[in-house]
Design a protein around this ligand. Structure first.
Ligand SMILES: Nc1ncnc2c1ncn2[C@@H]1O[C@H](COP(=O)(O)OP(=O)(O)OP(=O)(O)O)[C@@H](O)[C@H]1O
Length: 671
């Protein structure tokens, strides 16, 4: 039955020629290579989360120390059905009904709670998120890198998916997607964000769709692709989805309040309310189905509106007593819902869904049907290029870093100007102060900078990674590589200005040791900031934790408290302070054998500071160790981020999923 539908649709599609610019029908918008029909079936799918119990104590007050009682909330209540190939299925229902949760639970994007039930792709088990290896997902809030142009965003998406794709093919694919979604006018516009306005919200939504349709995929999940779009553009998007279906693709979208024209374009409709299905079947049968349940949709009324306002929700406009009316509506709504839920489970429509589940599409899957990636090296190259562009376009951030280096260099230079020209005690005080201040300026501002920039980019990384656009390792190394020059340039500027203005002992060797210490300190600050930004969910939490992570290194940095006077049980903290190692290296570099009028005042100062047993090389070695440690922690932090977002899959698990999907059908359907 499915095959017949797909075949018919494919034949029709071959004749579809669409007006591109000239108004003449010249070219189909998408290649009409027929895709393998992919049917997704699910049985008894439930999703439950644990939430804080809202019930208060008898007094209505709650002690801040009492442990919150938790209760289980059912978000999806054992739903069963089939998303069939060559059809557009629209999931509709009231807000909070579980539409997004259904897509997320199916595609393994659930980050908390428990999903139970079975999911199959062409009869092959696709539980535990395996479906994301087959389907593309366009989420409600698709965030993109604001410094990219629409054109670059789509091109990148194509290059990350298709191996050895030629420039010509990239252009052809991009143009098809751009024309279909009518994005021509903003192709060269930056995506932008709230600070730098770029494309409009609707254009951003269409760009997100263009990203995913510019490469072939067998299954497309879209969460509210038409929200925020005007009626015309919404129709353009749905028409494009219909067109994709004609190649045999499976399209599932969540949609709010479709117009009657749009509603008629869907093949199947799923109506979800309070986590239960109240209708799942052909769109064309919905009005008759509800009419049989005595919910007769008046003529000239949009069926979707009718179901929303008169079946699932009850609105009376002729209210006399508002409060009474509200209670009455609530009770009526509850009893309606119970009635339609029960009726659906007893209906022939439900039996049809059960039958699709029992007799699924069984066409074998091939590697072509799985979401593909180019090699990791290729991903690294593409991402490094993008990060480079992003950095140069983010001029403010580059300028801030350079200006910061100049300003801090000048502050140190002016405050401690030509300190060697003073009395010995003043010299020692000034040099020590300048060196400690330098250790901090090369650490704290860098950590704060990276924290604020990466926290903004993090959402983009999570989205792209969960769409399986690339892996963590190429992203991480691309970022590291592109950021490195700036991490080198700013300490060089700072060191050059401050070293000569303060008037430290000016041998070439001492200058380079000073420079190297600044450099390692800046790199450590960068890697620590990056690590912290991978731990916390939002910038405000990260920024409130940062001072704590900074105060300890500052206090134990070697100047404020003499390590010999500390309790032994706190003294160890000095060895986890990167500032201490930088300050020690700086001081040893400056004070060893430093004399004034033949007096070895430098060595005495070193003795008084009690900086510990390590020489310059060892201190720099520890700093390099911190850099490597925080870099490694940042890398694992990225892995943790994607695991928490539900998109991280180990290589072993990935292989198992491939094997399962490309193997034979589940024994349950084998006969
Ligand atoms: N992790 C979670 N913890 C607690 N509640 C959750 C969680 N995920 C979803 N919910 C709740 O489940 C219900 C369904 O959410 P979902 O986002 O699926 O609804 P929806 O139908 O897509 O709504 P909308 O149309 O407003 O986007 C909501 O009441 C939501 O608050």
């Amino acid at each position: 039955m499915v095959e017949t539908h797909v075949d018919k649709a494919f034949e029709e599609a071959k004749d579809v020629v669409i007006n591109v610019e000239s108004g003449e029908n010249t070219q189909p918008r998408f290649s009409l290579e027929k895709s393998t029909p992919i049917g997704i079936t699910f049985e008894n799918l439930s999703y439950k989360v644990s939430v804080v119990d809202k019930q208060k104590s008898a007094t209505g007050l709650k002690s801040p120390f009492s442990k919150a009682r938790r209760t289980e909330k059912t978000i999806l209540n054992g739903v069963t059905g089939a998303f069939r190939p060559g059809r557009v299925t629209a999931i509709m229902g009231p807000s909070g009904g579980g539409k997004t949760s259904l897509l997320n639970a199916m595609s393994g994007r659930i980050t908390s709670g428990k999903v139970t039930g079975n999911i199959w792709v062409n009869g092959r088990s696709a539980d535990n998120g395996a479906l994301k290896f087959v389907c593309r997902y366009i989420s409600q809030d698709d965030v993109m890198l604001p410094t990219q142009m629409v054109k670059e965003q789509i091109d990148m998406s194509i290059k990350l998916r298709i191996d050895n794709v030629s420039d010509k093919e990239v252009e052809e694919r991009r143009m098809k997607a751009v024309e279909t979604l009518e994005l021509e006018r903003c192709m060269n516009t930056l995506i932008g964000d709230s600070m730098n306005k770029g494309i409009s919200g609707g254009e951003a939504k269409r760009t997100a769709v263009a990203n995913e349709i510019s490469t072939d995929s067998s299954v497309l999940f879209l969460d509210e692709p038409t929200s925020g779009l005007d009626i015309y553009t919404s129709m353009v998007v749905v028409k494009m989805l219909k067109e994709l279906c004609k190649r045999g693709q499976t399209v599932v979208l969540v949609v709010h309040q479709p117009s009657s024209d749009m509603f008629r374009m869907f093949d199947d409709a799923v109506l979800l309310s309070e986590g239960s299905i109240v209708y799942f079947g052909p769109q064309a049968e919905m009005v008759d189905y509800f009419a049989k349940l005595n919910f007769v949709c008046p003529q000239y009324t949009n069926p979707a509106d009718y179901v929303f306002t008169d079946v699932i929700n009850i609105y009376k406009t002729d209210a006399v007593d508002e409060a009474m009316d509200r209670d009455e509506n609530k009770n009526q709504k509850k009893s309606n819902l119970e009635f339609v839920k029960k009726s659906y489970l007893e209906s022939e429509l439900y039996q049809r869904q059960v039958s699709y589940v029992e007799h699924p599409e069984l066409t074998p899957l091939s590697a072509k049907n799985l979401v593909k990636n180019v090699s990791r090296f290729q991903q690294f190259k593409i991402l490094a290029r993008r990060s480079g562009k992003n950095m140069f376009r983010n001029k403010l951030m580059v300028r801030v870093r350079i200006i910061q280096a100049i300003v801090f260099g000048l502050i140190v230079g002016i405050l401690f100007y030509d300190s060697s020209d003073n009395a010995p005690q003043v010299q020692l005080q000034n040099f020590t102060g300048a060196l400690f201040f330098s250790s901090m300026t090369q650490f704290i501002p860098v950590a704060v900078n990276v924290l604020s920039t990466f926290t903004a980019e993090r959402q983009v990384f999570i989205r792209e990674h969960s769409n399986r656009a690339y892996f963590v390792t190429p992203y991480f190394f691309a970022k590291l590589l592109v950021e490195f020059p700036l991490q080198v340039v700013s300490p060089v500027i700072f060191a050059t200005i401050s070293f000569f203005m303060v008037g430290y002992t000016r041998t070439v060797e001492q200058f380079f040791i000073y420079l190297l210490t600044c450099l390692l300190m800046s790199l450590t600050g960068f890697s620590m900031g990056f690590f912290i930004s991978t731990i916390f969910a939002d910038i405000s939490t990260a920024l409130s934790v940062l001072p704590m992570m900074i105060i300890v290194p500052v206090v134990f940095g070697g100047l404020l408290v003499n390590s010999n006077s500390m309790f032994p049980w706190v003294a160890w903290l000095q060895w986890i302070s990167p500032i201490k190692y930088a300050f020690s290296a700086f001081c040893i570099n400056q004070f060893t054998d430093y004399t004034y009028n033949g007096q070895p005042i430098g060595n005495n100062q070193l003795k008084n500071l009690s900086l510990g047993p390590f020489g310059i090389a060892a201190n720099l070695g520890f700093l390099a160790g911190f850099y490597l440690l925080f870099t490694f922690l940042g890398y694992t932090g990225l892995h943790r981020l994607v695991r928490r977002a539900g998109s991280g899959v180990s290589l072993i698990a990935e292989r198992k999923i491939y094997k399962r999907l490309l193997g034979g059908p589940d024994p349950r359907f084998a006969s």
